[in-house]
Design a protein around this ligand. Sequence first.
Ligand SMILES: [Zn+2]
Length: 176
Amino acid sequence: MQPRAHFRHCPRCGHAQSATGTGPLFTCESCGFRYYFNPTVAVVVFIRRPDGHALFVRRAKDPGKGLLAPPGGFIDIGETAEIAAVREIREEVGLSLVDLQFLCSEPNQYLYAEVTYPVLDLVFTARAPNPEEAQALDDVDGIEWLDPITLAPETMAFPSMQAALRFWQGKLSPPR
Ligand SMILES: [Zn+2]
């Protein structure tokens, strides 16, 4: 269920709501308390090494367990997307990045503990100056360096990642 559907009582006054509303705004029928539901923002990074291969992680947990995704994670409150990208990549695969550049954004959904969170994925590209330091750390089953030009988008864990990979493939040229 979307987060909105779980709000059957007002979180301020506790009043039971007669109907589950739709749309981004919750308004309490009793006290008028208002709360907006917005997407959670996440960042993922297509990281290339000098031979042109890109780093993908094999997801250790659902959603998308066993499928591939570029490394990344959720942005913390108060963080920029760029700082979150650097932090998440260090935490997840132990790499430092150079040439971090925004590529595109894609809406996504993320099911966690029976709540379907609407997500906006911010997709970046970067280079790894020390690709041999990559390792599978947080929530990662394994890491693989793959040729992004020939990689099938269907191997990605989420439709947003499939769309992002297709978009990136449209811009990539084979390494010379
Ligand atoms: Zn209320």
